[in-house]
Design a protein around this ligand. Structure first.
Ligand SMILES: [Fe+2]
Length: 358
C-alpha cells in the first residue's frame, strides 16, 4: 500500500510536482483551494438596483443639447450595475439602456449579432423604427423586437422628444464570443414598406386587452401575466412577460435562477429584493439578479414588463424556481404564463440589403 504524504502539508517533492504541472498549463485538481469550480447554491455576483426614469430623462435632455446622433451611434444611457468591478452589464446576460431621439433626427442603421428590443416610454406620432426595410411606427407602451443581424435604425418626424428602454443580450454574446457588428453602408436604410401588423411588434393596447381577459385565478407571483410571443420568438434568448399587479394585492415572495429587469409600463409600487425596498414609478427599471428573494406589489395597480434570460436557462436545463422546490421537484417545471402569439399579418420584409442593391 502506498504511503501518502500528510494531506495538509505537501512534501517538497509534491510542491516541485505542482510547479511542473502548473508550468505545463494544468491545474492539479487536488490543489485548488480558494478556487472551487462549483458551489452549493447560486452566488449573487450582481446587485439589485433601481434606475429612475425622471432622472434619466433629465440627463438625456441635457445630452440632447450636446450629443448629436452623428456623434453617437445612439443617444442612450446604459444602466450599469453598481456592483464593484462591473464595467458594463445591467445583469449577467443583459444590458438595459434609456434612449432618446429628438424630433427631426434619425439614428443611423446598423446590425449586430445580439438580439434586442425596446419598450416605448413616451412617443408622439411620428416616432418609428425601420427593421430590414419595414417601417414600424412606435407608440407609448409598445414592445418592439429587433432580432439579431436585422438592419435597424430609428427616426422621429413628430414634435416632442421620444424616449424608450432598450434591452439587449450583449453580455451573453460577449460571454460566448460570436460578436458581429456592421454599420449600414449608406447611413440610414430607407423603408420599403410600413406596417404595425408584424411579429416584431406587440402593441400595448393588444397586450393590455389580453391581460384584462386573463383569469385572476391563474395569477403568477406578481399577478396576471402574459408572455409576449411563443417558443419561436425571433429573440430567443430574451424572456418578455407583461405582469399586471392588481390594486392592494400582495405579491408572493419567490426566487428563480433567472435574471430579471422589471420595466414599469404603468403605475407605481414597491419591490422587496433580498430585504431591500425599492419604490418605483412609471418608466423606472428594477434589476433583480438570479436567485434573489423578491416580491412586488402596488397599492394603485401597475403593469411591469419583465425582461429576463429565463428562455436561455430553460433551454439549458438550468432554470429553477422556489415554487418548484417547495413542491419537492426543484427542476425547471415552474408555472408558465399564458402566451400572446405574435401578430400573424406581416412577416419580415425581405430586403435586398446594401450589398446586392448596388
Ligand atoms: Fe442596435
Amino acid at each position: 500500500m502506498t504511503e501518502y504524504a500528510n494531506q495538509t502539508q505537501f512534501s517538497a517533492e509534491l510542491e516541485n510536482l505542482h510547479t511542473e504541472i502548473v508550468g505545463r498549463s494544468y491545474i492539479p485538481g487536488w490543489n485548488r483551494a480558494g478556487n472551487p469550480p462549483m458551489w452549493a447554491t447560486p452566488r449573487l455576483s450582481f446587485e439589485a438596483a433601481l434606475w429612475r426614469y425622471v432622472e434619466a430623462k433629465q440627463l438625456l435632455t441635457q445630452a440632447g443639447e450636446l450629443v448629436s446622433p452623428e456623434l453617437a451611434e445612439r443617444r442612450n444611457l446604459i444602466l450599469q450595475n453598481p456592483v464593484p468591478g462591473n464595467r458594463y452589464p445591467t445583469l449577467r446576460t443583459q444590458v438595459i439602456a434609456y434612449q432618446m431621439i429628438m424630433p427631426g433626427e434619425r439614428a443611423r442603421t446598423h446590425r449586430h449579432a445580439p438580439h434586442a428590443g425596446r419598450l416605448i416610454l413616451d412617443s408622439d406620432p411620428g416616432t418609428y423604427t425601420v427593421v430590414d426595410g419595414l417601417k414600424v411606427p412606435m407608440r407609448t407602451g409598445d414592445v418592439v423586437l429587433t432580432p439579431g443581424w436585422t438592419w435597424h435604425g430609428h427616426g422621429h418626424d413628430g414634435a416632442e422628444p421620444a424616449y424608450w428602454i432598450d434591452f439587449l443580450d450583449i453580455p451573453l454574446v460577449q460571454l460566448l464570443d460570436p460578436m458581429f457588428f456592421e454599420p449600414y453602408p449608406d447611413g440610414f436604410q430607407e423603408p420599403v414598406a410600413e406596417s404595425r401588423d408584424t411579429p416584431l411588434l406587440f402593441p400595448y393596447a393588444r397586450v393590455s386587452d389580453a391581460l384584462d381577459e386573463l383569469d385572476p385565478a391563474r395569477s403568477g407571483p406578481l399577478g396576471r401575466a402574459i408572455q409576449l410571443g411563443d417558443e419561436h420568438s425571433p429573440i430567443p434568448t430574451t424572456g418578455l412577460v407583461m405582469h399586471r399587479l392588481d390594486r392592494h394585492t400582495a405579491g408572493q415572495t419567490f426566487r428563480t435562477t433567472a435574471n430579471y429587469e422589471y420595466c414599469v409600463v404603468e403605475g407605481a409600487g414597491t419591490s422587496w429584493v433580498n430585504g431591500t425596498r425599492f419604490d418605483w414609478n412609471r418608466g423606472d427599471v428594477i434589476a433583480v439578479p438570479g436567485w434573489s428573494e423578491q416580491s412586488h406589489h402596488s397599492e394603485s395597480g401597475a403593469t411591469l414588463l419583465a425582461v429576463s434570460d429565463e428562455p436561455v436557462q430553460r433551454f439549458c436545463g438550468y432554470f429553477r424556481s422556489s415554487v418548484d422546490i417547495e413542491r419537492g421537484d426543484g427542476r425547471h417545471l415552474g408555472d408558465r404564463p399564458a402566451v400572446l402569439p405574435p401578430a400573424g399579418g406581416g412577416a419580415l420584409v425581405s430586403h435586398p440589403g446594401p450589398d446586392s442593391s448596388r
